[in-house]
Design a protein around this ligand. Structure first.
Ligand SMILES: [Zn+2]
Length: 262
């Protein structure tokens, strides 16, 4: 019966006899055992007294097979952090198709401030590596990290060619930051104004590999960045993967010599 303002419960002020109390409590326990009442106070703590009574009751009256089955069924549907393969597939599909929204000026400014603090010097990388090595992450942290990774707008993982470029720059002790938050989000940015893109041959339609005539957007981004005063270097995947990669990246070569800070 819904509570209506002004109504006085029929049993208000009346004290239950000990017998009635016992009867009520036993009925309640019986119904609970049969699975007929839901636990309304799930998150509330039970009184010690009630817990004792309950455990005694269970000892004397074990759950019926059917109720046990029902409980196990109910539990099966409630694994909070486990995704089905289908959900995972859907998420991955929707993520793949996601296009980056252009950032607002305010967002850009914030990212740029944050980014200034994340410049990967070799010393810094060494430090991070050292701290990471000794620490084992708990399952919870791991879970949180993987969730955060899914939400990230930046690419989930650097491609192997990006990593190759990064390693090369580290060897040369050149400071750089990755996925610099300006137009085109250069894979590597070297202060004060050098943008390096590692373009996959298939996705960026490399003409030399026969995938097309380059991406229009790439050309547009390059031009616009140049207009803004940036120096733009685009490296094709096949160049980076070539055995003469180090040679082509050699700082003594004119292509780089002009660009990199002394
Ligand atoms: Zn190519």
């Amino acid at each position: 019966m819904p509570f209506i303002k002004g109504n006085i419960p029929h049993n208000k002020g009346k004290k239950l006899s000990e017998d009635t109390k016992k009867a009520v409590s036993e009925t309640r326990l019986k119904k609970f055992k049969e699975g007929k009442i839901k636990i309304w106070n799930k998150s509330k703590k039970m009184s010690e007294d009630f817990k004792k009574k309950l455990s005694l009751f269970y000892k004397e009256n074990p759950f019926s097979e059917e109720h046990r089955r029902n409980i196990s069924k109910a539990k099966k549907g409630k694994k909070p952090y486990e995704m089905t393969d289908k959900t995972r597939e859907k998420m991955s599909k929707s993520f793949k198709g996601r296009k980056l929204k252009p950032l607002t000026e305010e967002q850009k400014r914030k990212i740029s401030i944050a980014n200034k603090k994340v410049i990967h010097t070799p010393e810094w990388n060494l430090k991070i590596g050292l701290t990471k090595r000794g620490v084992k992450k708990s399952e919870k942290t791991r879970q949180k990290m993987s969730e955060a990774r899914l939400k990230r707008v930046f690419p989930i993982k650097d491609t192997s060619i990006e990593v190759k470029l990064q390693n090369f720059l580290k060897e040369q002790h050149i400071e750089f930051s990755t996925h610099y938050p300006i137009l085109g989000q250069p894979d590597i940015f070297i202060k004060p104004n050098i943008c390096i893109f590692a373009d996959g041959c298939y996705w960026h339609k490399c003409p030399e590999c026969g995938f097309g005539h380059g991406k229009e957007r790439d050309v547009m981004v390059t031009r616009e960045l140049q207009k803004q005063g940036y120096v733009v270097i685009r490296m094709w995947e096949h160049e980076i993967n070539d055995s003469s990669f180090t040679e082509s990246m050699n700082l003594k070569q004119t292509r780089w010599q002009k660009l990199l800070p002394k």
